[in-house]
Design a protein around this ligand. Structure first.
Ligand code: NAD
Length: 283
């Protein structure tokens, strides 16, 4: 039996960081990222710290603005408007989830599409689906980049994505279409999900349920990407059961698979935003 290949996020991310360093060397300016965080949700604190750290390590300008969890929505929108107009800021990211009194949609729509490094603004969502240039969500971008790094062909392949969130599943489907894959987008209402999953030559799982996907859901030889991050008894578990390694040809570990790629793509998006804004590629 051949061994299942592990698709390692850190290795693929390092390759991307190398490319970004090359690009940065050629630029007459330093791209800058601004992250806004409300409240002290421990996961958000940790994610924001990591983003800031990676940005600095890469040589970007990075700053984090921390606000109390009860910051009024209008105050947040005003700050975003200021940052939209700040020539010295290339990328703006408001860490999600936001407190319940704030309408997330309003906030995401307030960020200039040119600085929207999370790729959640409706203009960028539209550009993703219409085939144009834009800023696209980091996690699905990271999945595509990871698969390409390991030479996984997508063109014409049967790909099933499980999960239809705006952050992962839907943009994942859009990006895979752009790669000429044949895409099925499955979700909580899909009938006979295991059978649908078994169609996949490449299976991407982004649900948030520990070990949902079992061995018999996976077509022998399939490539399996586990986006899930579930904290169970202090451990991080994916959405894919480890027994899947017995049938898959390649699999992403959790942690160490998609996670590092998400952060790396945020850096790539910051550099891209800086270039798009200066060269007017959105015209
Ligand atoms: P979400 O809760 O917004 O969406 C989950 C999706 O899964 C929904 O579309 C729902 O239809 C579907 N779903 C729920 N239960 C299902 C079931 N039993 N069968 C089939 N589909 C089901 O979550 P999300 O933001 O898309 O995140 C999904 C997972 O990915 C989470 O574990 C999250 O922590 C993880 N995540 C990881 C990264 C990373 O960088 N590694 C980034 C974002 C999200």
């Amino acid at each position: 039996m051949t061994e299942t290949r592990l698709l390692l996020g850190h290795a693929a991310a390092e390759a991307l960081y190398g490319e970004l360093r090359e690009t940065l060397r050629t630029l007459p300016f330093v791209p800058s990222l601004r992250v806004l965080r409300l409240g002290e949700d421990p996961a958000s604190v940790a994610y924001v710290r990591l983003k800031d750290k990676r940005a600095r390590e890469l040589g970007l300008k990075s700053a984090v603005e921390v606000y109390p969890h009860d910051l009024p929505e209008e105050a947040l929108l005003e700050r975003i408007a200021e940052l939209n107009g700040d020539e010295g800021v290339d990328g703006i990211l408001v860490q999600l989830p936001l407190p319940p009194h704030i309408r997330t949609e309003r906030v995401l729509e307030a960020i200039s599409p040119l600085k929207d490094v999370d790729g959640f603004h409706p203009v960028n969502v539209g550009r993703l689906w219409s085939g144009g240039e834009g800023l696209f969500p980091c996690t699905p971008l990271g999945v595509v980049r990871l698969l390409k790094h390991y030479g996984v062909e997508l063109r014409g392949r049967e790909v099933v994505v499980i999960g239809r969130s705006n952050i992962v599943g839907k943009p994942m489907a859009g990006l895979l279409l752009r790669e000429d894959a044949t895409v099925t987008l499955a979700h909580s209402r899909t009938q006979d999900l295991p059978q649908v999953a078994r169609r996949a030559e490449v299976l991407v799982v982004a649900v948030g349920r520990p070990y949902l996907v079992r061995r018999d859901w996976v077509r022998p030889g399939a490539v399996v990407v586990d986006v899930g991050v579930n904290r169970v008894d202090g451990r991080l578990l994916g959405d894919v059961h480890p027994e899947v390694a017995e049938v898959a040809s390649a699999l992403t570990p959790v942690p160490g698979g998609v996670g590092p790629m998400t952060v790396a793509m945020l850096m790539a998006n910051t550099v891209k935003a800086a270039l798009l804004r200066r060269h007017g590629a959105f015209r």
